[in-house]
Design a protein around this ligand. Structure first.
Ligand code: GNR
Ligand code: NI
Length: 175
């Protein structure tokens, strides 16, 4: 097990469309272990493979409250099969856009089809925080970020801020 580096805006890899997992082998299981360790350490409630630089359609999640027993959830090749017309708004954040939070409107309820760790196909309904989080993670594996759902003015502002911060950090390393 190892904590992997979480890639941050404006890293272009966050815009990749991740590849479906063909076989759930030892490499995928090790990736999933590392993703949980990385997510808990951050801390966060969800993580997509591409956030640790791996463009495979793998998502881990744990929506349990701090100090409660862990509720690990793994979604391999997840897809939305149904979304409600009803929308709901939640404040979102992202480990790849640290310390930026904004309200995002999404379908209130969705149905998700995915493979579990044993490669078994499953379908599940999601609402509330679960619906928000799984849609946020499925966006990641399609190269979409939550800031793509907010106004262009706010999006451009946050991209500019992170681009500037990355340039300053690169200069410091040079010096
Ligand atoms: O830790 C996270 N919290 C969160 C809060 C509201 C909506 C979505 C999320 S996911 C985020 C971790 C992350 O960046 N996952 O991709
Ligand atoms: Ni995220």
């Amino acid at each position: 097990m190892a904590i992997r580096e979480i890639i941050k805006l404006p890293d272009k890899r966050l815009r990749l469309v991740s590849e479906p997992v063909k076989k759930i082998d030892a490499g995928i299981r090790a990736l999933i272990d590392d993703m949980f360790e990385t997510m808990y350490a951050a801390p966060g409630i969800g993580l997509a493979g591409i956030q640790v630089g791996v463009d495979k359609r793998v998502v881990v999640m744990d929506l349990s409250k701090k100090d409660d027993t862990q509720k690990r959830q793994v979604f391999i090749n997840p897809e939305v099969t149904w979304a409600s017309d009803e929308k709901s708004t939640h404040e979102e954040g992202c480990l790849s856009i640290p310390e930026y939070y904004e309200e995002v409107e999404r379908p209130a309820e969705v149905k998700i089809k995915y493979l579990d760790l044993d490669g078994k196909s499953r379908e599940i309904a999601a609402e509330g925080l679960f619906a928000t989080c799984i849609q946020h993670e499925i966006d990641h594996i399609n190269g979409v970020l939550f800031i793509d759902h907010i106004s262009k003015l706010k999006r451009d502002r946050v991209i500019k801020k992170f681009t500037k911060a990355a340039k300053t950090a690169a200069k410091k390393v040079e010096a």
